[in-house]
Ligand binder design. Structure first.
Ligand SMILES: Cc1cc2nc3c(=O)[nH]c(=O)nc-3n(C[C@H](O)[C@H](O)[C@H](O)COP(=O)(O)O)c2cc1C
Length: 174
């Protein structure tokens, strides 16, 4: 089971659409998968699910449960202010430390409206996931100018499409 994390809580995000693309491509290859969208986080989770409130928010527990019951992940990471969204860090801060990601595997894909393709965001996130004991696949995709290259369903850039196919094949055997 591969869990694909849409790494923002912005409703109807491009990240969610890219997560759906990965889900379709994994399903086409017969790989079981599911999407975990941070838009499903309870809006008050920073005050009701973290620190002394760990375990008390059922809606948060449903999402964190998808982390504990999965060994392989795709993180779809939009570039927000040259890093990854703060809500993703807050979600990680609410997970059971240090076991949630230990020894598990992840592929990272970044997207941005600008020219960086979320590259720095992927580096920042890699530091954190490695600290938590997660193995991050070396091939990380940086999908820059996403609006021009993805219509919400189909990748219109041939190179991006080939890179995504390669990354998925690598992840299946990772
Ligand atoms: C709060 C915020 C900050 C953003 N910062 C950047 C940025 O630093 N560089 C960039 O290229 N795009 C930036 N964007 C645009 C997103 O990277 C772009 O919309 C991305 O492709 C998909 O984001 P989404 O998953 O929220 O739709 C930002 C968007 C938001 C909402």
């Amino acid at each position: 089971m591969i869990t694909i994390i849409a790494g923002t809580n912005r409703p109807a995000s491009k990240s969610r659409a890219v997560a759906e693309l990965y889900a379709r491509m994994l399903s086409d290859r017969g790989i079981e998968n599911r999407i975990m969208d941070l838009a499903d986080l309870p809006p008050d989770f920073t005050t009701t699910a973290l620190y002394d409130n760990t375990g008390k928010n059922e809606a948060f527990n449903r999402l964190s449960g998808m982390i504990t019951t999965s060994d392989k992940f795709v993180f779809v990471v939009p570039e927000y202010n040259s890093s990854f969204p703060g809500v993703l860090k807050a979600f990680i801060d609410g997970l059971d430390y240090p076991y949630s990601f230990q020894g598990k595997k992840a592929a990272l894909v970044g997207l941005s409206s600008g020219m960086q393709g979320s590259g720095l965001a992927l580096s920042h996130l890699t530091d954190i996931l490695n600290y938590l004991g997660m193995h991050v696949m070396a091939m990380k995709l940086k999908l820059a100018h996403i609006k021009k290259n993805f219509d919400g369903k189909i990748i219109t850039n041939q190179l991006y499409q080939e890179l995504i196919e390669q990354q998925i094949e690598q992840l299946i055997h990772f």
